[in-house]
Design a binder for this molecule. Structure first.
Ligand SMILES: [Zn+2]
Length: 466
């Protein structure tokens, strides 16, 4: 868990009216006043999600998995990717470490191989029905323990090496780990998917080699991926031989894709590690537009809004069709309390967004809400609901929706929205409390009443009584 990290500290709670940008979700405090978890480190970001889905789409298709596999971004600086239910979880640390799209595509291909192979079927069955946030809470409690135990920076971790490795080993076997045969199967599947989509397996091997190197084993930091995916040299050697046989082995990512990848990396770097982090991303002065973008984001986060706006306008002038430049413009204007203009910027971003991200839609709604004008609040409700239709698990959206309904005096709907927010956060007890409260104000049998009843009736997978 990244509690206390710059990202959590700066963007911890959407409740503070922070902007769409890169939002780290917070788990709401329960009705009894007790916090359920210390901020679930899931990152929602329209630009990053769109890019990673683009990376994954052809691979998942080649794997016969279609479009019903979700990708969840985890706010954690260590390198990790794992599968639970029909979801692939990828750490922001993995995205930042991967220098090319091909490297991360290779990781996605390997993980898709685990899903397609039906590995960890029991775990997947258990988690298939659970909400994403509940899974993250369960698995990351474990993941953090693994990373902490195996990678701890201080003397205690080193002194207690035997114990720490014991704990990590247990977690590896118990939850996120695979059998050796499953690893080989996933590797072979990954090669097939890459071949079928005309891509090189070089990136996957670069990643695996990084983990297999003696340096990474003896270093202070052991990434969770390494713990759950042991990389014996022979495995990589076999892979290398097969990969080199492909006619696509030397094929590289397009310049346009590499640029988007660099922009993603610089965004994550600036959000998580501050302004200076951007410089570390670019080797040999390969800055350009991505470096400019990083500078604009850093100025928005840490500098003055006027200067951030100038830098962003320059980006828009050079690339008027990039939706995320308009989104950044909206973020800056929200921060500067210029809500009406921010709403316009988000509206422009939505028009340009081919991925139709709910995140932009909700940011638009949020800006409309902030104007405080009655007709804008009604429009905010419509926009946020539109976003939620496409993405029921956009948790922050429910908070704004509840706020908007509240301001319109629609109390039952505000309570139902709050119940939904808790429900999709995996905080079922509070979800049921608010659903029951909402129901008392609703017409029995109406669609909203029925939805409230569904939440009240929900039974957690693996629990006898909910
Ligand atoms: Zn694996």
């Amino acid at each position: 868990m990244q509690t206390g990290s710059p990202l959590s500290a700066k963007l911890a709670c959407f409740a503070r009216g922070l902007t769409a940008g890169l939002v780290a979700l917070c788990v709401a405090v329960s009705a009894t006043g007790k916090a359920h978890a210390q901020g679930l480190p899931v990152v929602r970001d329209a630009e990053i999600e769109a890019l990673i889905r683009e990376y994954a789409r052809p691979i998942l298709k080649a794997a016969g998995l279609g479009s019903n596999v979700n990708i969840v971004l985890v706010n954690d600086s260590s390198f990790n990717a794992f599968v639970a239910g029909r979801r692939i979880f990828i750490n922001t640390g993995a995205l930042m470490t991967s220098e090319t799209p091909n490297e991360i595509i290779g990781v996605i291909a390997h993980e898709a191989g685990h899903i397609a192979g039906g590995h960890q079927e029991r775990l997947r069955e258990q988690l298939a029905r659970a909400q994403t946030m509940a899974i993250v809470a369960t698995l990351l409690g474990m993941g953090a323990a693994v990373a902490g135990a195996a990678g701890g920076a201080g003397g205690i971790a080193q002194a207690g090496g035997g114990l720490a490795m014991g704990g990590a080993e247990m977690a590896r076997r118990g939850l996120l780990g695979y059998q050796r045969t499953e690893e080989t199967t996933a590797d072979r599947s990954a090669l097939d998917y890459l071949q079928a989509t005309g891509q090189s397996a070089k990136g996957m091997i670069v990643t695996f080699k990084r983990f297999a190197s003696a340096l990474s084993l003896s270093g202070a930091k052991v990434d969770p991926y390494q713990v759950s995916h042991p990389m014996p040299r022979e495995r990589i050697a076999n892979l290398q031989t097969l990969a080199e046989a492909s006619p696509y082995y030397d094929k590289t990512d397009s310049e346009a894709l590499q640029l988007r990848h660099d922009m993603m990396r610089v965004k994550i770097a600036v959000y998580t590690d501050g302004q200076a982090a951007a410089a570390r991303i670019f080797r040999k002065g390969t800055g350009g537009l991505a470096a400019q973008y990083g500078d604009a984001i850093a100025t928005y986060l840490y500098g003055n809004p006027k200067s951030a706006l100038q830098k962003t306008d320059a980006l828009i002038k050079a690339n008027p069709k990039n939706p995320y430049f308009h989104e950044l413009r909206g973020d800056i204007l929200v921060k500067a309390n210029r809500s009406a203009e921010a709403a316009q910027a988000y509206a422009a971003a939505i028009k340009l967004d081919p991925a139709k991200s709910s995140i932009l839609q909700v940011a638009y709604g949020q800006a409309l809400l902030a104007t405080g004008k009655q007709d804008s609040i009604q429009k905010a409700v419509d926009e946020i609901n539109k976003g939620l239709e496409r993405d029921r698990e956009n948790i922050s959206a429910y908070r704004y929706l509840a706020q908007a309904y509240g301001q319109l005096g629609r109390v039952a709907e505000a309570e139902l929205a709050t119940a939904e927010g808790y429900y999709y956060s995996g905080v079922y007890k509070d979800a049921k409390i608010f659903a029951a409260r909402a129901q008392t104000k609703m017409k029995p049998g109406s669609p909203a009443w029925v939805r409230a009843q569904d939440i009240i009736n929900y039974k957690q997978p693996g629990k006898k009584k909910g």
